[in-house]
Design a protein around this ligand. Structure first.
Ligand code: SF4
Ligand SMILES: [Zn+2]
Length: 323
């Protein structure tokens, strides 16, 4: 087995069952996403090998991870690909088994589109991971993005509905897994205020159907449709003030990782107050201490008035509903 390097792997910290624990995050090379259409996604360009080669490729990367991180302590493993770990057309069943075996005794998170969340597949994975240490050794993460089907279709082109997500939640929970919903804050074509309301609504609507919620403030990735609109001045990533406002208003803990925070391509304010706010959001995501958000919201920066003006005055373009 040739050890082959994953796209990325690192040990950091994450929140698990109300504790902050050392966490291994892994982004595996696979043949890639079967959908490849989402307007903001550059991961769809990551395609490595064929389905026939995928098992060897995954096993090689697991061997590399064992070499690299095997001696280190971590309780939680989050495994991503540039697609869906539960898609048998991307990760063949023996490769998924190998992932379960490699992380036996840990809590394992795998990300997938909802159509691939099948109770037998999830239960099979859980059986390999489970040593009795945790009541829910597997977490299934799904990029729901929004609970609004029209926004998901028109602004993202995600290709599934909220009801398909709900079915996936039933499947995952029937197999004893917990579910993490990823929500996308400010996809294309929404004003700042529409995006803020879409996220507030999505958090409320998905709450009964997600054990964990993570909000991703949108970043402009390269070679995407979103990037083309951004270059034409037709898109601006969300204000960090909006991110703070959503997290503060949520009735439960929602984590957020403002990737590219403070940069032009990422969620940003004016440049002067960004770093402090990004730090507060990251700290809140990990520690769940709301006072960090309250302090950040009170930072006296002039750009807050700009944000309030944008919320009040920005108007949407009109999108045709039909072709
Ligand atoms: S966001 Fe996910 S489902 Fe959409 S194209 Fe990217 S990898 Fe595929
Ligand atoms: Zn500012």
């Amino acid at each position: 087995m040739d050890p082959e390097r994953p796209l990325a792997s690192w040990i950091g910290s994450d929140r698990l069952e109300d504790r902050v624990v050392p966490t291994l995050t892994l982004i595996l090379r696979t043949p890639g996403c079967s959908w490849r259409r989402c307007r903001m996604c550059s991961y769809r360009h990551e395609q490595h090998g064929t389905l026939e080669e995928a098992e060897r490729l995954v096993r090689g990367q697991l061997a590399w991870v064992e070499n690299e991180h095997g001696g280190r302590e971590y309780d939680y493993v989050k495994v991503f690909s540039s697609g869906s770990l539960l898609d048998p057309g991307e990760v063949p069943p023996p490769a998924l088994d190998a992932i379960g075996d490699a992380f036996r005794g840990k809590t394992l998170l795998v990300e997938s589109r909802p159509e691939f969340v099948d109770r037998e597949r999830v239960a099979g994975l859980a059986a390999r991971v489970d040593t009795g240490r945790s009541a829910n050794p597997v977490q299934v993460a799904i990029g729901l993005e929004t609970t609004n089907d029209m926004v998901r279709e028109k602004s993202i082109d995600k290709g599934f509905s909220f009801s398909m997500y709900l079915n996936a939640v039933r499947e995952a929970r029937a197999a004893g897994a917990r579910v993490k919903a990823y929500l996308l804050h400010k996809p294309l074509f929404l004003t700042e205020s529409e995006a803020l309301m879409d996220m507030e609504r999505s958090i409320t609507d998905v709450s009964p159907h997600a054990d964990l919620i993570s909000m991703n403030p949108c970043t402009v990735q390269r070679n995407t449709e979103l990037e083309r609109h951004w270059r034409q001045g037709a898109y601006r990533p969300p204000y960090l003030w909006s991110v703070l406002s959503i997290l503060l208003g949520a009735q439960r803990h929602v984590s957020a990782d403002p990737l590219g925070g403070g940069r032009r391509r990422g969620p940003h304010n004016c440049g002067a107050c960004d770093r402090e706010i990004v730090d507060a959001i990251r700290s809140y995501s990990l520690e769940a201490d709301r006072s960090r958000l309250v302090e950040a919201m009170a930072i006296p920066c002039d750009c807050k008035r700009e944000w309030e003006f944008v919320l009040e005055h920005e108007r949407p373009y009109c999108l045709p509903l039909t072709r």
